[in-house]
Every structure is written in structure tokens, then in C-alpha cells.
Design a protein around this ligand. Structure first.
Ligand SMILES: [Zn+2]
Ligand SMILES: [Zn+2]
Length: 197
């Protein structure tokens, strides 16, 4: 990676309006290790990994800084059933706060200690807060999050995707096979039983 930090903005330069481009190499790097990305078997530096553009107003108010605007982009992951590439589109409104690390609730605290009332709502708000040192805003974690959060739990090329045959691996969307579903060995044993009528 280049030593210059293209996603960092000095607080003394605020307020400002900036456009940031996230190149495909970076997207590939960020998504490396995610199962739905690795399943593609894409080469290092895959030009189809994705890209993004953030258009942000950045401003500061005392100890806090803010970013508001939009993030658009796309990324490619594998269909969770047939592993063909699926293009996901990102078109998100961005509104985040940067605050000193010590003001941010401790994410590492064990779930039990955090208290029972902490529902998903609280967790969602946490996503919109990023730490900063009071001097420079680092937008990279924000951009990275846009890509990671864009990936659904089980991406699909189509709702109707038939997936791969678990026995022979054929893509059932484009071919067929004569594999029979395996029979549970316990049921197989029962098959031999004669049920008295
Ligand atoms: Zn599929
Ligand atoms: Zn098969």
C-alpha cells in the first residue's frame, strides 16, 4: 500500500467537501478471507472485486467530527448456492460521528457484562461511531464497513437458484444429474423391516 493516506483528513482542514475513490485492489484486500468472497477463487488483484465512491461533507464541532453524504459502489461475491459471481450494489446514505476513543462504549466488553437491555438497536448505533485522535479523521474503516455490510448472510444469484448437486457438484441451474439423495443409514435399516398389518 502507498504510504500516503488517501482516506485521512486533517481536522484543521474542516469543514470540507470531498470525494473519495476506493480502488478495486483495496476492495479485494478488504474482503479477503470472507467465505463468500474466497469461494469465487478469484486471483489476487481481481479487477472485478468492486469499487466505491464516497461523496462526503466533513465538519467538526468541538471534540467530535462528522461525515455526511453518500457512498456508492459495487462488489462481487459468490452465490451461496452455486458459487457463480454475484454483483452487489451499494447505494447508502452515510452519517457518522468520529469521537475520541475513550468516549466510545467498549465493544470488547463481554456480552453479559454489557447488560441485558442492550438490544440490536444499540449495536446498530455503534456502527455509526468511529474513533479518532482529534487531529485526523481516518475514513478507511468507514469505507471498509460499507463493503462488508453490503454482503448478505447468504448471497444469491437469484431467489430461484437451484444450487450445486451435493453429490457430484453439477450446477443444477445449467445441467442435471441422476444422483439420488443419500438415505439416512437409520432409515435404510428400517426399510428392511416388515411392519405387521
Ligand atoms: Zn446461484
Ligand atoms: Zn449430482
Amino acid at each position: 500500500m502507498a504510504k500516503e493516506m488517501p482516506f485521512q483528513v486533517l481536522v484543521r482542514d474542516l469543514p470540507t467537501r470531498r470525494t473519495f475513490h476506493v480502488p478495486t485492489e483495496l476492495v479485494g484486500e478488504w474482503l479477503k478471507g470472507l467465505p463468500m468472497r474466497d469461494a469465487l477463487g478469484a486471483p489476487e488483484g481481481d479487477p472485478e472485486a468492486g469499487h466505491g465512491v464516497a461523496d462526503l461533507e466533513l465538519y467538526a464541532d468541538g471534540a467530535h467530527a462528522f461525515a455526511a453524504g453518500s457512498f456508492r459502489g459495487e462488489l462481487t461475491v459468490a452465490c451461496s448456492r452455486c458459487i457463480i459471481p454475484v454483483k452487489l450494489v451499494i447505494d447508502e446514505k452515510v452519517r457518522v460521528t468520529f469521537m475520541p476513543r475513550q468516549e466510545i462504549p467498549d465493544d470488547d466488553a463481554p456480552a453479559d457484562a454489557a447488560g441485558e437491555e442492550e438490544g440490536p438497536e444499540v449495536a446498530e448505533e455503534d456502527l455509526d461511531v468511529f474513533p479518532f485522535d482529534g487531529e485526523r479523521i481516518d475514513l478507511e474503516p468507514l469505507f471498509r464497513e460499507q463493503f462488508v455490510l453490503a454482503i448478505p448472510y447468504a448471497p444469491l444469484c437469484a431467489e430461484t437458484c437451484k444450487g450445486l448437486c451435493p453429490q457430484c457438484g453439477i450446477d443444477r441451474n445449467t445441467g442435471s444429474c441422476t444422483c439420488e439423495p443419500p438415505i439416512d443409514p437409520r432409515l435404510a435399516a428400517l426399510k428392511g423391516l416388515k411392519i405387521p398389518s
